[in-house]
Design a protein around this ligand. Structure first.
Ligand code: CTP
Length: 319
């Protein structure tokens, strides 16, 4: 009970600190500050010392062959064999080779997006990154529709598509994949052994139905590189979340980065409850002790970059 109290206290302490700053910044809940190119540039330079985003965003065909054995990053004792299907879907060149964008949006999945009206603003960015196949159609007013890259942790297949137990769920996933319409589908296939079959199911579906997506499978060193960068900056994250991975990668190819849907707190700035995800009923407690993530700590780091003008965080409504 004492531990729970402490956790609750820490969460609220964090929120009131953030609220103070929002209060000072004015506006309708959006933390205001222009993204400063100079700060973005120096940030990018630092990150580049740790990772080569163009390469680390995906393993390429030339570097693996069917039958190769890979040790999972988080379960070093478990291995997987590179299947023929996975091999087929590895890109020949980096999906972001020589790419550069003026402004990018990274859309996290917090319920803070609900009633934000941010859809249009998000869609106006040159490159839009989304996480974990989050639905867009039904929430377009708040989250937009444009998707240039979307991530898919294998666990999504279980959580959002009932592990494809029957034809209906397989069809649902297939429709979602078809709707991606040429975007990059980024699948962390080598992180944890639990996702083995799920990755194979998705690969099979894509090939069998000629789904128009550009698949990417992050390199084995990406996670260590990202962790290394943040640790050097005294952000002691256990396991970076998808959102933080995306931000870190995006610094390489985006001049200005705008974050939406990053709010790992159970209450909003007006003390109203916020859903953990804008689209499902997963509870906030999901991120607490049992989770490998340290989202509030990540948020603090991102907020500090926002204050320096290196990125822009929107945590309320858009104008
Ligand atoms: N996020 C957030 N606040 C929330 C929910 C999500 O800031 N309440 C951000 C996190 O950076 C997260 C991203 O949005 O990585 C995407 O959300 P989600 O799909 O929940 O990602 P993960 O937690 O990384 O996925 P998983 O639970 O499968 O590890």
């Amino acid at each position: 009970a004492a531990l729970t109290l402490l956790v609750v206290f820490l969460i609220f302490a964090d929120i009131s600190e953030i609220e103070e700053e929002i209060g000072n910044s004015g506006g309708r809940g959006t933390i205001r500050s222009a993204v400063n190119s100079l700060h973005s540039k120096s940030n990018r330079k630092q990150i580049l010392k740790f990772l080569d985003a163009e390469k680390d965003i995906s393993v390429l065909k030339g570097t693996l062959k069917p039958g190769d054995i890979i040790h999972y990053i988080f379960d070093r004792d478990s291995t997987m064999n590179v299947s023929q299907n996975l091999y087929e879907l590895l890109p020949r060149t980096s999906p972001l080779k020589n790419k550069h964008f003026g402004t990018c949006a990274i859309v996290g999945n917090s319920g803070v997006l609900l009633n934000s009206g941010c859809g249009q603003e998000i869609d106006a960015h040159s490159f839009v990154i989304r996480c974990n196949l989050a639905p867009v159609q039904e929430y377009a007013r708040d989250v937009g529709l444009k998707t240039d890259l979307v991530t898919m942790n294998p666990s999504v297949i279980q959580r959002a598509f009932e592990d494809l137990v029957n034809a209906t769920w397989r069809e649902k996933l297939l429709q979602r994949l078809h709707s991606l319409n040429g975007s990059i589908l980024w699948i962390p296939a080598f992180m944890a052994r639990g996702g083995k079959e799920r990755v194979e199911w998705v690969n099979e579906l894509i090939l069998k139905h000629h789904v128009n997506v550009r698949t990417a499978y992050p390199s084995l060193r990406l996670l260590h590189a990202v962790r290394g960068y943040w640790l050097t900056n005294k952000v002691h994250i256990k396991r970076p979340t998808t959102g933080l991975l995306m931000y870190t990668l995006a610094t390489r190819f985006c001049n200005q980065i705008y974050l939406y849907g990053f709010w790992p707190f159970p209450l909003d700035q007006n003390q109203k409850p916020v859903k953990y995800h804008y689209y499902d009923s997963l509870k906030y407690g999901y991120t607490s002790q049992a989770s490998p993530h340290t989202m509030p700590l990540e948020f603090k780091a991102l907020k500090s970059l926002h204050e320096q003008g290196a990125l822009k965080l929107t945590v309320g409504q858009c104008d």
